[in-house]
Design a protein around this ligand. Sequence first.
Ligand SMILES: [Zn+2]
Ligand SMILES: [Zn+2]
Length: 369
Amino acid sequence: MTTTATAAVLVEPGRPLEIGQIELDEPRTGEVLVRVEAAGVCHSDYHYLNGDLRCPLPAVLGHEGAGVVEGVGPGVAHVAPGDAVSLLWRPRCGECRPCLSGHSERCVLGRVEAASGGLLDGTSRLSFKGAPAYHFLGVSCFAERCVVPERSVVPIPDGIPFAVAAIAGCAVITGVGAVLNTLGDVTGRGVAVFGAGGVGCSAVMAAATAGAFPVIAVDKSEQALALATALGATHTVLADGDTDAAIRRVCPDGTDAAVEAVGRPETMRAAFSALRPGGTLVAVGLAALGENFSLPTNELVQQEKRVVGSLYGSASPPLELPRVFSLYRSSRMPLERLLGATHSLSAVNEAYAELLAGAPGRAVIVPGS
Ligand SMILES: [Zn+2]
Ligand SMILES: [Zn+2]
């Protein structure tokens, strides 16, 4: 039996998302039907909206979400109808080399979903206007309902609001993991975070929670910097001039670490420049297809600086998400303060316009509102 749902569909890059009715086939073996309660307005979707990055179209966007299981296909063992779940945009097969090494963020099945626009078997459960449509990273939660693999959901413990559970499944894991997993021990070390959006502010929270000092947030927006301060940044730098000089007024030798959550060549260079000798730059911001940046070779070699990429927290999201929930429930990380405006599904294009205009906090779509 098919299910009908309202959804935001990307038909063509450069055009607004189209709000319309989709048809969802019932979940097959190992799949679940989820009623979406909240979906984060992540900048990554915008890269597909404007054509920076490509995916099979038409597609229902949205990749950080949370909701309630409404139906299960054959063989589903770990969740049941009525369970609250967060959605992950990387499944885990448990068998490929990345999964076996504890890095299911690089699971081969994720690439199957991304390339095919389908679920784990590469086929879609979606149609739009009577024609086949595609999933986005196996999630597609800018919709009232979605069908996702059981391997892409994590149960939400009691006491976690859906909006928090939604953003925890992408922005928070990404920012927190860049610090706790990629950088590791930052206690007493200086960390500069470039970009104080959802991911950057999550990195700020993780650095503060882990005892880093100073924690310097860098952004173009005063409002974003105010939020970063509320979340644990000890210093802020308004990116309207010489950020390097401003950072060195706080850390004369440079910072031990930098997190780049913007995805622009100029920010990558600024973050690299902010490092002290031996420092590490973690890049988490996505850029347009083919984007490059250059670095001063001798500074890299003579100062033994490191540059490393980090995807989805650089660990296994099904393990990382419960850790994030635990930090929230123990009041170590006030994730609810990361939340920005709430929008209805029909206002998703306005939500992206506000994101681009620099609205602070992570906006959330509530499809049922
Ligand atoms: Zn995201
Ligand atoms: Zn795998």
